[in-house]
Design a protein around this ligand. Structure first.
Ligand code: AMP
Length: 292
């Protein structure tokens, strides 16, 4: 139930546990949508999927300091909780859980969740400690909310692969549900970071998705990873403002780069436009291959 169209707010672990326990007593199942706030239509799609199952939908809003490798990126992460409450309420969320840093980390964190190998490539290579911070906070949220299902975006495909593997390997009784990437009409993947782009940067930003699409077509036509990568990098090189951090053709489960295409692969990239780091990925299926 919403208050003035805004989702009710829990700031403490005790409060969210009380609310979740009450929902369970009413016979509801619990869904969790973990976010870092600044909610947009991409997060909205996750909430919609959770809502569709008619569960009690908890949206967590927590900018997790231990997953930022750059202090400046953490400090630039501006969110407005009232806007997020209105947005989440309008999409039918039942509760926003927005703990402060002291609530989540009353003492320096000494127990961490590390998912080996899957986090070594792509973003993991360039953001030391990032996925350890993500896996740890998601595990904490799983322990706090104890959801039946949790929703994650394919936009962050490596994160999704890591959370899936964490839940499987550590026997966490949560169904991890993937949600397709939501894009702007021009193809740019929605992201809280897009609002940091200048108008000029915003106008060229869709080239990242176009480059991934170029690689996808190449693989669909029977090209190998090296051809696909080269075609995509050529497309990106036509936009001098982009500084590519990585662009790889990877196995969708292990996220490790592949040198041959034997089935569906993910093409993932990270690139800077000015100071803003954008990531995106697409799934590619070779001729005669089955999509997942
Ligand atoms: P964030 O607030 O950026 O940490 O994202 C919270 C969740 O929303 C993650 O599971 C993301 O993958 C997901 N998400 C963010 N942007 C999108 C998008 N454009 N499409 C689908 N899911 C998204």
């Amino acid at each position: 139930m919403t208050v003035d169209g805004r989702a009710p707010l829990a700031r403490t672990i005790a409060e969210v546990r009380d609310r979740v326990a009450a929902a369970r007593r009413r016979g509801q199942r619990i869904s969790l949508v973990p976010t870092m706030g600044a909610l947009h239509a991409g997060h909205g799609a996750l909430i919609d999927c959770a809502r569709r199952d008619d569960d009690y939908v908890v949206v967590s809003v927590f900018v997790n300091p231990i997953q930022f490798d750059q202090r400046s990126d953490y400090e630039a992460y501006a969110i407005n909780l009232e806007d997020d409450r209105s947005f989440a309420g309008s999409r039918g969320a039942d509760l926003i859980f927005a703990p402060g840093v002291d609530e989540m980390y009353p003492a320096p964190q000494r127990a961490f969740v590390e998912v080996a190998e899957i986090g070594n490539h792509l973003c993991g290579e360039f953001r030391p400690g990032h996925f350890r911070g993500v896996a740890t906070v998601v595990m904490k949220l799983f322990q706090i909310v104890q959801p039946d299902k949790a929703y994650f975006g394919e936009k962050d495909a490596q994160q999704l692969a890591i959370i899936r593997r964490m839940a499987a390997d550590l026997n966490v009784p949560v169904d991890v549900v993937p949600v397709a990437t939501v894009r702007e009409p021009d193809g740019l993947a929605m992201s809280s970071r897009n609002r940091r782009l200048s108008p000029g940067e915003r106008s060229v930003a869709p080239a990242l998705f176009q480059a991934l699409e170029t690689a996808r077509s190449c693989i669909a036509a029977g090209g190998g990873p090296a051809d696909a990568k080269e075609a995509a990098l050529r497309r990106l090189a036509s936009v001098p403002d982009f500084r590519v951090q990585y662009l790889e053709v990877v196995d969708p489960g292990t996220m490790a780069p592949v040198d041959r295409v034997r089935g569906p692969v993910r093409i993932a990239a990270a690139a800077f436009l000015g100071e803003t780091r954008l990531i995106d990925n697409v799934l590619a299926t070779p001729v005669g291959g089955n999509a997942e």
